[in-house]
Design a protein around this ligand. Sequence first.
Ligand code: 13P
Ligand code: SF4
Length: 304
Amino acid sequence: MTLKQLEIIGRIEKLKKERNAVILVHNYQNPEIHQVADFVGDSLELSRLAASTPAEVIVFCGVHFMAETASILSPQKVVLLPAPDAGCPMADMVTAEELEKRKAELPGYTVVTYINSSAGVKALSDICCTSANAVKIVNNLKSEDILFVPDQYLGSYVQSKTGKNMLFWPGYCPVHAMILPEHITRLRQEHPEAVVIAHPECRPEVSNMADAVESTSGMIRYAREAKAEKIILATDAGMIYPLQKEVPSRVFIPALKQARCENMQLISLDKMLTSLQEMSGEVKVTGETRERAYRAVERMLEFG
Ligand code: 13P
Ligand code: SF4
């Protein structure tokens, strides 16, 4: 931590109190952002916190769909995304218009939408899910016919666990798609004693090689219990920092160091300070879109 960073952190903390704000930080964020966090977590944990916090302002250190979800769940709060251009390329792989057209072709299908999607797409969905609860949610649906949107890789992982008749939107995460089976094979040869944890956004060929498939926070829980001393991680290499912090007794090896989500890294301490000073970067979902998206997200949260 530099003196300049410490000084900015002091100013963020002072403003946070004045504004009655809470700072929610996704696991992939850079280490200096973790320093100012009130809560760090995966998409599911952060959604729950956004729904229940008594704060008046939510500063979301993540990407756009996460801030939108916070606004959907807490419409009376001001939700700030310090880097308004922090998007998710996978969420952008489906538009509301495209989904509406596909739904018309598939009467009787239940639309299960990954939280990595726009509010407009959520509004057309029967239920949302995150990487942490997707299998449980699909398993609990009465329907056998599912259209899974937009992550085809998470979808195929869910299908392998539930056996349901599933169609997939052809979306994917470009960061996780960079990780290939040969990366895992090479690291397994170098570290035969290591276990492999993959995020379900990985290609099925990679997830199939893993000892465990987990959400980002699920990885931390798994690492705490793991017997192996070394753990190979098939996800954004930024996960090494929270894992090392939470489970210092293990050695973590990224499957691919270059696998970093550029959008997640757009958040900086400077931008957080400006956002809190000027109340800039507000993300707000309103009207019928919010009401309909709320139903899909709320149904997900009801699953517990
Ligand atoms: P988690 O919900 O597992 O944190 O994943 C969010 C995400 O965008 C991973 O790429
Ligand atoms: Fe989107 Fe992938 Fe970045 Fe997650 S890691 S926010 S899915 S681009």
